[in-house]
Design a protein around this ligand. Structure first.
Ligand code: ATP
Length: 355
């Protein structure tokens, strides 16, 4: 059984369509991220799952039960917002206990549950402090404790780490994932940070203007995106357009300048126009006199950036620039060098014109 079911969810504000027929199943214990640019509908979808927003159509299921008409408090959901939303005049303990007080939980059990939640986020020693006496990361942990103290079946997180600086954010990512695994919580995490989504998640949803563009594992999202939009949004991509040539499994894309790029991926036929892409770390550079395939695409090194273990080359190909991540293995190129590109490009199943 899926822990969370999103079935044909729609949301309109007047004539503006924020969500169009969104379908999504989240498995029990899964950490699923919703990734997309600002305004694509991530928070709206999360708020509808939580019951904070009413959908214009469709249904939400939690643990197999339809909850579309249920108020927030009935849904057994823990919610953590971007801005923490702690009560400034209440101690850490009271911030965490408030939800239990409202539910009239008996004093002894309340104390035990609050201290257990604070222990899980390593804040037991700070129970008497006020939020203003805490660091950003500690405040974030209070918000987490406040959500988990209610023993939710589902944890919904709306950009909970975006207010933290980079180092703290990375520490909190590790803590958050550890806590989610310890408690086995089914978690939906909204973010516009692709690295965060890829590193934390079992699966990632990439959204685009109110629709799900792709739902898959981080690996598949990065290595086999279904569209140019996903390839561009998650990671850096350089696109080739051309017609497919070859036979059997060995196929190439013949570009308009005559070069041929080996391609991989299913669903393209010889003779068809297609789009394929490469990531910076998929491309190798060769000196022109060492280029063993006559049709390899050629370019000129424009810039070199040395990072120790690797170097980035910016290579000019006609009117475009390609970034190549090159392990520092002694074969160094310098600006002005002509080079051939060794790569196998991944075909996009949904090809369109690349701008
Ligand atoms: P961000 O990363 O910036 O938070 P998001 O992907 O979470 O963006 P949403 O907050 O879900 O985006 O908003 C989706 C769209 O719906 C946006 O274009 C937004 O302007 C619009 N929208 C959100 N709330 C309302 C509202 N109450 N009334 C009208 N339009 C709204």
């Amino acid at each position: 059984m899926h822990q969370i079911g999103v079935s044909n969810i729609k949301k309109n504000w007047g004539s503006f369509v924020a969500l169009q027929d969104v379908n999504l199943d989240v498995r029990e214990g899964e950490f699923l991220s919703i990734l997309g640019p600002s305004g694509c509908g991530k928070s709206t979808l999360l708020r509808i799952i939580a019951g904070l927003e009413e959908p214009s159509g469709g249904d939400i299921y939690i643990a197999g039960q339809k909850v579309t008409q249920d108020p927030v408090w009935k849904r057994k959901i823990g919610f953590v917002f971007q801005n923490f939303a702690l009560w400034p005049h209440l101690t850490v303990f009271r911030n965490v206990s408030m939800g239990l007080e409202l539910r009239k939980i008996e004093k002894g059990e309340l104390h035990e549950r609050v201290m257990e939640a604070l222990r899980l986020v390593q804040l037991e020693a700070l129970a008497d402090r006020l939020p203003a006496q805490l660091s950003g990361g500690q405040q974030q942990r209070v918000a987490l404790a406040r959500a988990i103290v209610l023993k939710p079946e589902v944890l919904l997180l709306d950009e909970p780490l975006s207010a933290l600086d980079k180092n703290l954010r990375q520490d909190m990512q590790v803590e958050l994932k550890a806590l989610q695994q310890t408690l086995g919580l089914t978690t939906i995490f909204v973010t516009h940070d692709q690295e965060e989504a890829l590193s934390l998640s079992d699966r990632v949803v990439v959204m685009n203007r109110g629709v799900i563009e792709q739902l898959d594992t981080p690996n598949a999202i990065y290595n086999q995106p279904v569209s140019e939009y996903v390839a561009r949004f998650v990671g850096e991509a350089f696109f080739f357009e051309g017609s497919v040539e070859g036979n059997g499994t060995a196929k190439t894309l013949r570009l308009s300048d005559g070069a041929a790029v080996p391609i991989k991926g299913n669903g393209v036929q010889v003779g068809q126009e297609a789009v394929a892409f490469v990531r910076p770390e998929w491309v190798g550079l060769s000196r022109l006199d060492m280029a063993f395939e006559p049709g390899m695409p050629k370019g000129t090194v424009e810039r070199l950036m040395f990072f120790g273990q690797s170097s980035d080359y910016l290579v000019r190909l006609g009117d475009r620039q390609l970034r190549v991540k090159h392990r520092s293995d002694g074969m160094e190129f310098k600006p002005g060098d002509d080079v051939a590109l060794r790569c196998i490009a991944q075909v996009l199943p949904r090809s369109g014109s690349v701008s």
